[in-house]
Design a protein around this ligand. Structure first.
Ligand SMILES: Nc1nc2c(ncn2[C@@H]2O[C@H](COP(=O)(O)OP(=O)(O)OP(=O)(O)O)[C@@H](O)[C@H]2O)c(=O)[nH]1
Ligand SMILES: [Mg+2]
Length: 322
C-alpha cells in the first residue's frame, strides 16, 4: 500500500462523491490489519456513514446466497449486464469460503463473475470469509457500507451452508436465496430454518426443464406453509439464452421499494456492531453482556445515529473488556 492509499478521509470523500475508482484502495484499507490502517479505516467509515451522507445511501445492497455450485456467480454475470444496461453502477463482494471443504463448487467448475474489465462502473472483489462457516468478516460488512456510498447496487455473494445466511440478511436490504433444481436442497433449507431469510427465492438452471419447474413449485408450497407465501419464487437460466433475469431484477427492485429502508439499515448497523464485538471478544464477551438477546435489547435503546464502530466500543465498555 502506498501512503496515498492510507488516507481514509480522502478515500471516504472520493466514495462520497461517487468516485468508483476509489473502491479498490478503500477496500485495501478496510481489509488491512495494520494499526495505522485501522485508524484510517475508521476515518473512511466516518465520512461514508449515514450521518455524514445526510441520510441512508441510495444504493441497493443485495445479498446473493445459496449452496455451493448452484450458479450464483453465473447468475451475477447476467444481473450485472442488466444493471449496467440500465445505467446502474455495480460493486460485488464475492465472499470466498476459507476452506474448499466448507464451500465452493466441489467439482471445481466454479465460474468467475464475468465483467467488462474496461468498465469503471463495475467493481468485483473477492474477500475472505469470517471466522465461522459461511460467516461474513467484519471487513466485508464495512466494505459493503462504504461501497454503498459510491455504487448504485452493491452485491454480497456468499456460499450458504445453513444458518450462516442470516449474516448476509443482517447486512443486505434484499436477500436473494439461490437454489438449484433438485428436492434435496429444499428439504435441507427447510431443516436449517433458512426460509426466514429470503426476500426473493431464485431457482437456477431453469434450462434443465421440468425438474426446475417442480423445484420452484415445491419451494412455493414450502414458503406458503411457513406463512411466507408473499416471497416471490423465480426460475432463471444464466446460460444462453438467459431467461427470467429481467423478472429477477424487477423482483429485487420491488422488494427494495417495499421496505422501510432506514429501519432495515439501522438494524443492520446494530447487528454489525454486535458481530464486530463478538468477533473481537468472542462468546466470553457476549456472556459478560448477559447474552445475545440482552445485548440486542440494549443496542435497541441506543442513539439511532450511532455508527457500528461506536456501538461496538460501547458494547466493549459495557462488558468491561474495552
Ligand atoms: N445448465 C446450467 N448450468 C449453470 C447455470 N448457471 C450456472 N451453471 C453452471 O453451474 C456451475 C456452477 O456455477 P457457479 O456460477 O460457479 O456457481 P456458484 O453458486 O457461484 O458456485 P460457488 O461460488 O462455488 O458456490 C458452473 O459449471 C456453471 O456453468 C444455468 O443457468 N444452467
Ligand atoms: Mg460463486
Amino acid at each position: 500500500m502506498t501512503d496515498a492509499d492510507l488516507d481514509g478521509r480522502e478515500l471516504g470523500t472520493r466514495l462520497h462523491e461517487r468516485d468508483t475508482n476509489a473502491a479498490a484502495a478503500a477496500l485495501n484499507l478496510l481489509e488491512s490489519r495494520a494499526p495505522a490502517a485501522r485508524e484510517q479505516a475508521r476515518e473512511l467509515l466516518a465520512v461514508v456513514s449515514s450521518a455524514s451522507l445526510d441520510g441512508e445511501s441510495p444504493a441497493h445492497i443485495v445479498g446473493v446466497t445459496g449452496p455451493p455450485g448452484v450458479g450464483k456467480s453465473t447468475l451475477l454475470s447476467r444481473l450485472i449486464a442488466r444493471w449496467r444496461a440500465a445505467g446502474r453502477s455495480v460493486a460485488v463482494l464475492a465472499v470466498d469460503p476459507s476452506s474448499r471443504r466448507s464451500g465452493g463448487s466441489l467439482l471445481g467448475d466454479r465460474a468467475r463473475i464475468e465483467i467488462d474489465p474496461g468498465d469503471p462502473l463495475v467493481f468485483v472483489r473477492s474477500t475472505a470469509a469470517g471466522a465461522r462457516l459461511g460467516g461474513l468478516a467484519p471487513a466485508t460488512r464495512a466494505a459493503a457500507g462504504a461501497l454503498a456510498a459510491a455504487f448504485d447496487v452493491v452485491v454480497i455473494e456468499t456460499v450458504g451452508v445453513g444458518q450462516s445466511e442470516t449474516e448476509v440478511a443482517d447486512v443486505a436490504d434484499t436477500v436473494a436465496v439461490v437454489i438449484q433444481p433438485g428436492a434435496g436442497d429444499v428439504l435441507q433449507y427447510l431443516k436449517a430454518g433458512i426460509m426466514e431469510v429470503p426476500d426473493v427465492l431464485t431457482v437456477t438452471k431453469a434450462d434443465l426443464g421440468r425438474l426446475a419447474a417442480r423445484t420452484a413449485a415445491d419451494v412455493r408450497a414450502a414458503l406458503g406453509a411457513l406463512g411466507r407465501g408473499d416471497v416471490p419464487v423465480l426460475a432463471v437460466s444464466s446460460i444462453a439464452p438467459p431467461t427470467g433475469i429481467d423478472e429477477l431484477v424487477d423482483a429485487l427492485d420491488a422488494h427494495r421499494a417495499s421496505i422501510d429502508l432506514p429501519a432495515r439499515r439501522l438494524r443492520a448497523r446494530r447487528r454489525q456492531a454486535l458481530a464486530d464485538f463478538v468477533d473481537e471478544y468472542g462468546e466470553r464477551g457476549l456472556r459478560a453482556l448477559g447474552g445475545r438477546r440482552e445485548a440486542e435489547l440494549w443496542l435497541g435503546d441506543q442513539d439511532p445515529a450511532a455508527r457500528a464502530p461506536e456501538l461496538s466500543s460501547m458494547l466493549a465498555e459495557r462488558a468491561g473488556v474495552g
